[in-house]
Design a binder for this molecule. Structure first.
Ligand code: SAM
Ligand code: ZN
Length: 580
């Protein structure tokens, strides 16, 4: 039995395949007369965070995305607090100040605060709208007339919106929108069930249209959450316009195969960037998404500041603030870069598209970059390069913000089922070298050289002893982010194989290993254990890289779609009966 919506009617379909007269299988019920759970064949009740929601099979729900929802609740909660502080700050001074608050050391810099730009251009300054909030201790579940407005563009059952309403303090209104009538009915019911009438509103519409209708200066949202099936690309143009100045976009992408280089040409068509199939593809994916959001924003004299970007399980999630300001938009070309990736040894080099040159006084000039940074063949192994990108080449997180989210989660640990994972991942993120895009993976290095592996501590010590910085990336276990040039990595390996020789049968002419090991050693290498070789997140024993969270882990398929016409239903039912 399943339910199908047509116009304002719901068909309760009894698919009895042995019945020749299919019309007798349908029972027509007037939609408005009936509550969704009464006509659904099965309606599961799910408790997550403070919310309890009903899920019919026909509406999308993926339990392993609880981490995504927990993290989003934490990030938006912190964002709301930060906005409050920015307002206080703006009211007090235009300098960087320490704001005394429940987060003792929350330092907010006016540079990144939303409030200062574009006044008088008709762009609503949200801090003005919210100014009453700034002095209040906020509570979750309470409607604040001057609180934040949140749009969940693709809400399915509205679970996320219910959690926002019940768990994020300082909210005015949440629009839980979906383009499926049935889902919207379920959202309505979940609003009542969670006592959120008046704060959360169910809305039927195409998310892009809803955002276009709200792009006027006074209508923009403070937060927009986009959690689509696959790629969000068709919503980005509207999203960058419908978010207020300094507002927050929270975007999920589950099209990992496209973003990780399996379909570079598709990635180009969706994100305007060529993805590469490499060991650092997960971070590259995040950077492709960020450059894509930025390029959409630039068209409307806006620019973005990523506050947190995570690669999780099978998906990517970015949290990006959007600001207005044509002056800063000019910097965008220097924030993105092409990637040259050696097809032999995996060494990579970035080539920024634009560059900023200091000029007279405090002035700057913008110019195209000079390049390329690599020769036709790799200087280390002689193989050719693939070129990918453009990618976002500046920091993908705001480490101060990440620190505040960590504090928020530590203080509210019992509210997030996935708090251990959030804390582990965010701590690794805080340790990431912010100015070194992409990474090597040590297993990959050892495979290229065909040698016995070093321990992580030995490898890290060798780089630190040579005077370079090193960190992990949250995107991959055994990852190495460093400011050392690729040549130093190969120097480490050349030193290592002196005592751990590579089998002669591997040293075939034309292979990367043959070329790499034939080169002269450049840097002096020591494997003596360096005091900083163990990252603090490892020493503390945090849950840094979680194995697959569930047995049936992965992106869930679309919820079964409601068929459009009775004819479709009949055709489908008759197909089914033939299959039996
Ligand atoms: C992945 S689910 C959303 C899951 C939800 N955010 C959560 O956390 O459980 C995607 C939803 O987007 C809806 N959808 C698809 N295209 C849409 C569009 N153009 N506008 C609005 N909703 C859309 C689908 O009906 C589906 O319910
Ligand atoms: Zn190479």
């Amino acid at each position: 039995m399943s339910s199908i919506l047509q116009g304002n009617k719901v068909y309760r379909v009894l698919l009895n395949n042995n019945t020749p007269n299919l019309r007798s299988c349908f029972k027509l019920i007037t939609y408005s007369q009936i509550e969704p759970y009464r006509y659904c064949d099965s309606m599961d009740e799910v408790k997550e965070g403070k919310a309890t929601v009903l899920f019919p099979k026909a509406v999308f729900y993926n339990p392993v995305q609880e981490f995504n929802r927990d993290l989003t609740v934490a990030v938006i909660s912190q964002f709301v607090k930060d906005r409050q502080n920015e307002i206080l700050l703006k009211n007090k001074t235009s300098q960087s100040v320490k704001v005394a608050s429940d987060q003792e050391d929350c330092k907010v810099d006016v540079e990144t605060a939303s409030c200062t730009e574009n006044k008088g251009r008709g762009d609503i300054v949200n801090s003005d709208v919210n100014s009453d909030l700034a002095t209040e201790e906020l509570e979750a579940g309470k409607v604040y007339e001057n609180g934040v407005r949140i749009l969940e563009g693709l809400a399915a059952s509205g679970l996320r919106s219910m959690r926002f309403g019940l768990e994020i303090p300082g909210v005015r209104e949440i629009i839980a929108n979906d383009f499926d009538h049935f889902a919207v009915k379920v959202i309505g019911q979940n609003i009542e069930k969670n006592g959120l009438t008046g704060m959360v509103k169910a809305n039927f519409g195409d998310a892009a249209m809803v955002m276009y209708q709200n792009r006027g200066a006074k209508d923009r949202f403070d937060v927009i959450d986009l959690d689509p099936y696959g790629s969000p690309h068709q919503f980005l143009d509207a999203a960058v316009q419908a978010v207020g100045n300094g507002g927050l976009l929270c975007i999920t992408c589950t099209d990992a195969a496209v973003l990780c280089g399996n379909f570079g040409e598709t990635c180009y068509s969706k994100y305007g960037s060529m993805s590469l199939r490499t060991r650092y593809c997960h971070e590259m994916a995040l950077r492709i998404i960020l450059q894509c959001v930025e390029s959409h924003a630039n068209r409307y004299s806006r620019y973005t500041v990523p506050v947190l970007s995570v690669s999780v399980d099978f998906y990517f999630r970015v949290f990006v603030r959007v600001f207005s300001g044509q002056g800063k938009v000019k910097r965008s070309a220097s924030k993105v870069a092409m990637v040259y990736h050696c097809t032999g040894c995996g060494a990579f080099q970035l080539q920024n598209i634009g560059t900023i040159i200091p000029a007279k006084g405090n002035n700057i000039k913008y110019a195209p970059s000079q390049g390329p940074p690599v020769s036709k063949n790799c200087e280390h192994c002689g193989h050719t390069h693939h070129m990918g990108g453009p990618i976002w080449a500046v920091p993908i997180h705001d480490t101060d913000f990440v620190g505040r989210v960590i504090k928020h989660v530590e203080q509210n640990k019992d509210k997030f089922k996935t708090s251990d994972r959030i804390l582990g991942m965010l701590t690794v993120i805080q340790e990431e070298l912010p100015d070194q895009p992409l990474y090597y993976v040590t297993d990959d290095i050892y495979n290229t050289v065909h040698c016995t592996p070093l321990t992580m501590v030995q490898f890290r010590s060798a780089l630190l002893n040579a005077g370079y910085r090193i960190s992990l990336s949250h995107c991959a276990v055994n990852s190495v982010k460093t400011d050392a040039p690729a040549g130093v990595i190969w120097d480490i390996m050349r030193e290592w194989v002196k005592d751990h020789p590579v089998s002669q049968r591997r040293l075939i002419e034309g292979t990367p290993v043959k070329a790499l090991l034939s080169k002269e050693q450049g840097t002096k290498i020591s494997f003596e254990v360096h005091p900083d070789a163990n990252p603090p997140s490892r020493e503390k024993g945090l849950l840094r890289y979680q194995p697959n969270p569930d047995k049936f882990w992965g992106p869930k398929p679309r919820a079964k779609r409601n068929m459009d016409t009775e004819e479709d239903v009949l055709t489908s039912a008759s197909k089914k009966s033939k299959e039996v």
